[in-house]
Design a protein around this ligand. Sequence first.
Ligand code: DP6
Length: 328
Amino acid sequence: MTSKATAIAHPNIAFVKYWGRLDDKLRLPMNNSISMNLDPLSTITTVEFSDVYKKDDIQVLDSQTKKSDTSRVTAHLELIRKLMKIVTKARVVSKNTFPQSSGVGSSASGFAALTLAATKAIGLDCSEKELSILARQGSGSASRSVPTGFVEWIAAASSNESFAYTIAPYNHWDIRDIIAIIETSPKRVSSTKGHLQINTSAFYNARLAKLHQTLAEVRTAILEKNFRMFGEAIEAEAISLHVVAMTSKPAIFYWAPATLRLIQAIQNWRLGGLEVYFTIDAGPNVHLICEAKNEQKVKQMIAVLDGVREVLVAQPGEGVKLSENHLF
Ligand code: DP6
């Protein structure tokens, strides 16, 4: 057999973050999370299953793919092959439109695009929910890059119940994620490892106890487009994740000196009337969240700060889609 398909997906930024797992193998999260897909950043992936291939051949263009990343891709193909009860090997070629050095993780967009391209190429027609469940098993946050726009991923004890769905379409709210790149070297501790350390932090349970309220606030703020309520909730939420990371054993400090300088600058800009809030993932880069009308102003303010190497701008994006532009 020979069959090929290509898919394109955006990475996402979590406003309420996934940190900690109930089940490591199935990647079932401890808590619900809420995110937004980031357009125009994207990953495009072509998959071809063919008897010609004696083993899986995986290539990520323009990057030095680590051995560990390739084995996660092979494991994901294996999962999809099992569904079809076939053993045919595949060639996978993948490309990111954003620099790997940007520190924006490509595992979410990567596994979302891989899941759609591989299922289609193998002849499986999956629903959005099924794609999200499958993508989740490659990388948790990938479940959220499957549906369009503003998305919530449900934490559940069984695999079939833990998937992401759209809470508002991408054109619902014109906000921006202005990503200030502070360091271009790889993360000191991967998020995959960070998830394993939650129980070593005395503050983890306090974070979990508050999440129910945070989720309700962020969901409501998105639906009502209440920017202040949204900003205050997502900022406190990001700080709570980093408090857990910093108080884990061994302690994980994702922030660099320039991260803190930027946090303090944002607080000052707000005092001066500029409505901008931050969120930070498992790395030093700062995501500045503002309404579209403030994009230029925020960019100007960042431009004069020390330690910001590059700035990327993203807006709410669609979910994973098929494409006719095959990479081989
Ligand atoms: C801090 O999805 O990268 O970005 O399931 O091990 O692949 P794995 O973890 P991953 O974790 C993302 C952690 C985060 C928060 C978030 O995106 O929700």
